[in-house]
Design a protein around this ligand. Sequence first.
Ligand code: TEU
Ligand code: CA
Length: 573
Amino acid sequence: PHPTPWWREAVIYQVYPRSFADSNGDGVGDIRGIVGKLDYLADLGVDCVWLSPVFASPNVDMGYDVSDYRDIMAEMGTLEDMDDLIKGCHDRGMRLILDLVVNHTSDQHEWFRQAVADPEGPYGDYYFMVDGDPGTPPNNWTSFFSGSAWGWNEEAGKWVLHLFADGQMDLNWESDSVRDEVADIVSWWMKRGIDGFRLDVINYISKRHGLPDGHPFIGKLLEFIGVEHFFYGPRLHEFLRGLRREGFTRREAPASTPRRRLPDGTLGEPQGPDMIGFMVGETPGIGMELGRLLSGYGRGELDLIFNFDVLDNPGHVRWDLYDYQLWYLKRFYRAYDKHLAPSDWIAVFLDNHDNPRMLSKFAHGKESDPAVRTAIGKMLATIQLTMRGTPFLFQGQELAAINHAFEDVEQLRDVESINRHASLLADGMDPKKAWAQILAGSRDHSRVPMRWTPDGGFSDGPAWLAGTDTVEGFSAEEQVADPDSVYSWHKDLISLRRRHRALTIGSLKWVHKRNRFYFAYQRKLGGEVFLIECNTSDKRRKRPHVAGRIVPVMGGPRGRWMEPWEATVSRVY
Ligand code: TEU
Ligand code: CA
């Protein structure tokens, strides 16, 4: 039998560095700021930290447009700071993974500059540069950030493909040199001590040969034209296997390795390096079946993928203002459970930097009530931290962070929101309606600065993105001090997981599986059985009967009635 890979038992915490902690008062979060909060993360009990991009970047898309993969963004610090961060994580028993954005580079990247300066030269095939008439793009593909996916480049006198913003140029993975460069970047960071990467839109890297027009009907369904030609391209599996083999497989010893964290939370000796860096793929639109092919155990591709189907009810997109029906969450995880082989594993996430807060989606307008906020915050934590899979928390979830009441597009900083708003208006949409859409779906909701103290505490200066929660009791300082807070609930659950592997690698069996509101299952390993029970509705409901002697561990007592959004974790004897 194979040993369980570390990431199957880990709790991973996503940091959005720009909004986490600012060490020098310029309003932009930085690496020193994160170093200063490592004890906070270690106390919470997370096993691995994932940083959204910190590489050199002109920040057209907040770091998802990289101009140098071997350097740190000026306002975030230096490579030395990064080395301190790696070591600081490892010394506390945490791993550190970075964000690899290699479907595209910034137009400021040296490769792109060389490519446009000399399209016949060595960098000429690094991008999709196509001859044509400046009035007609090579195909009908649209950009995820509005308009055509093609931009006319004056210098090269060619069209260049960008699936995202104007300055995010798609790399041509058909070029052997591109694949070698990416593998070298990964090895370089792995040697510095990084434990793996989250791979940005990694399922988009192989484009159908000839770049044919997208089908207009599919385009209408998906809202973007051309997706069927690159969301699962012909050479995707081959490229992923190559990257794992050439980049993620260690050939050199890393500069540092994480200390082992023991079940009681104390630290042991440093561990030997992982032979293969961890790979979690961001894979929009991939679904369960294709997701299995990309991340199946032993396939030599990705370790995990993110399946975004959980984020919205069927028939809705994130720009719709609607009440998310929580029964769908149960259906989603049950479907997964039915589809998966015992060797499969999933990433369990609810929030990230690309979405409004799920807590707000679930609260149906009631999240301003602190009791509702706390109840839903604990319930979501319970599901996320006891479901069979690897939980990915996003910063602020442990504080029950909610959406921010932005008042005007001028307050937003995200290129997607800003472009979309402009394009809706240009299409003649009523301004009120356009703003309602943006307010429902803007990625900036999750990007407002972390609230460390009641007054903010993120920075001594004005933050790059305004919007601090002001509700009493929900800053990190207050939450840490309160044993009944959402933060403490997270911390207790994480500690419980570490002491009882039934909650991580144990089997999962649904209880009353057809009940729409009773989200309940047992986790079992050897003789140990846990029962997790959540009432995912906003009404009191009678607790269904479960056999056995049931002793609450968290959230008891188990009354005859379950309160709205109540969650309990019990032992079953
Ligand atoms: O996101 C890719 C992605 O497809 C979406 O989730 C994205 O937010 C967009 O709204 C599509 O409609 C990744 C990153 O997570 C995101 O922050 C980047 O902007 C994007 O790739 C480009 O690198
Ligand atoms: Ca700063």
